[in-house]
Design a protein around this ligand. Structure first.
Ligand code: KE4
Length: 429
């Protein structure tokens, strides 16, 4: 494929932006080659600056669950723009958004809007510390909760591909307050709790992990964490920035029937616009300024244009339960098809899938945590990624990322994806 315009733009970008991108994983460093510069998108397709069309399975890392440029979301934004962009004052749309989130997400009694998933998780941890008066947190190796200092310890996502999970610039003091445990290992959590008794403010996790690739909680794991946190007075935070409104309209907490004390949200909540949120039990959220003493603020929080996009998206998802049936079917079809090709080619690779989240791991191990995810053959994944790109399928440019399917994928697209997958696996081996 001719990608000369993207290559030219990338060389210009690298002169004026670190690594030529505004978020590390976009730079293709984990798979090699030069990143595509996207010009437009519609439905299941993106179009790069050289006019190449791809069926895309990133969907802006989750938000575009209804496919790109959905007319319902676009109309909501174009209508909102007529009333100007931002006021820095309360608006009725923020009330509507908060009421809708409270209705849709089981754990949320009160919610605060912010502008990214990182802001949501940083704020939720601060509130948990303020509410409990405790300082330490537990996170899990391979889970990613944005780029807040407390979380860049054994982080997933781009941090994994950078080969330095503990980022420079994170102080020893911050790192000392972040305890880590392997995902899916309850014994390790019990040991941390015993060794730090009465000092742990919060336990934060991705209830289904997307950021080491898609990794599911093993049966009983989430409930066991819930029980430990209830027993110890630890605030259980489900980071549903990825899974929220995707795995069910109430997110993973609805799908798995386990209710945390707080939830962080992002991605889909903004319909493609920069929106995050954190919420939970009333008694915890009432600690937040100006009602409580835990300070958190934001110039563009609850921005009316972003609220319009998010409200259009969430109302649609809340009113169309069939979306989740379709997404589950799409995920199952693709997982079954990829597993069939892997078996046909005599490859012993692992497929993890739940709903519209999916990862093909280039390892024979069952992938249940950070250590097993790291056994993947990364050079092989890079060759597979580019073989798929050449066939017009745009995957996440890292083995340690989940794919996200949208309702814009029809059977014809799924067939194209599966044919390309089998050919790309053959080529890459
Ligand atoms: P943002 O600050 O990027 O909006 O959200 C951070 C975040 C928090 N929690 C979870 C579970 C997340 O997945 C994320 C962000 N996800 C990555 C994808 N692995 C965003 C892509 C990127 O970093 O460019």
């Amino acid at each position: 494929m001719n990608i000369s315009t993207s290559q030219h733009l990338f060389s210009k970008a690298k002169e004026v932006t670190p690594g030529g991108v505004n978020s590390p994983v976009r730079a293709f460093r984990a798979v090699g080659g030069s990143p595509l510069f996207v010009k437009s998108a519609k439905g299941p397709h993106i179009f790069d600056e050289d006019g190449n069309r791809y069926i895309e399975l990133i969907n802006s890392w989750g938000p575009m669950i209804l496919g790109h440029a959905h007319e319902m979301v676009q109309k909501a934004v174009s209508d909102a723009i007529q009333n100007s962009f931002s006021f820095g004052a309360p608006t009725r749309k923020e009330v509507e958004m908060a009421e809708l989130i409270v209705e849709m997400v089981p754990s949320v009694e009160k919610v605060r809007m912010v502008n990214s998933g990182t802001e949501a998780t940083m704020s939720a941890v601060r509130v948990a510390r303020g509410y409990t008066g405790r300082e330490k947190i537990i996170k899990f190796e391979g889970c990613y909760h944005g780029h807040g200092d407390s979380f860049l310890i054994a982080a997933g996502s781009g941090a994994m591909t950078m080969g330095e999970p503990d980022s420079p610039g994170v102080t020893r003091g911050v790192a000392n307050d972040t305890l880590t445990a392997p995902y899916n290992d309850i014994t390790a959590v019990e040991a941390l709790v015993a060794a730090n008794h009465g000092q742990i403010a919060a336990l934060i996790l991705e209830p289904v992990v997307g950021n080491m690739g898609c990794v599911l909680p093993q049966p009983g794991y989430l409930q066991a964490l819930r029980d430990i946190c209830t027993r110890e007075g630890i605030v259980l935070i489900f980071d549903e920035v990825m899974t929220g409104f995707r795995l069910a309209k109430g997110g993973a907490q609805e799908r798995f029937g386990v209710t945390p004390d707080m939830t962080t949200l992002g991605k889909i909540i903004g319909g493609g616009m920069p929106v995050g949120a954190y919420g939970g039990k009333r008694e915890i959220m009432d600690c937040v300024s100006p009602l409580g003493r835990v300070y958190q603020a934001g110039t563009l929080s609850g921005n009316p244009i972003a609220m319009s996009a998010g409200l259009a998206m969430l109302h649609y998802l809340n009113d169309h339960a069939e979306v989740y049936t379709q997404l589950d079917q799409t995920g199952q079809k693709i997982a079954d098809g990829v597993r069939a090709s892997v078996q046909k080619l005599g490859l012993n690779f692992t497929v993890n899938q739940v709903g519209s989240m999916f990862t093909l791991f280039m390892t024979s191990q069952t992938v249940v945590d950070f250590e097993s995810a790291k056994t993947c053959d990364l050079p092989l994944f890079g060759r597979y990624f580019h073989a798929m790109l050449e066939r017009g399928i745009y995957l996440a440019p890292s083995q340690f990322e989940s794919l996200f399917f949208s309702t814009a994928l029809e059977d014809s697209h799924i067939q194209t994806i599966l044919e390309a997958n089998e050919a790309a696996l053959k080529e890459a081996m």
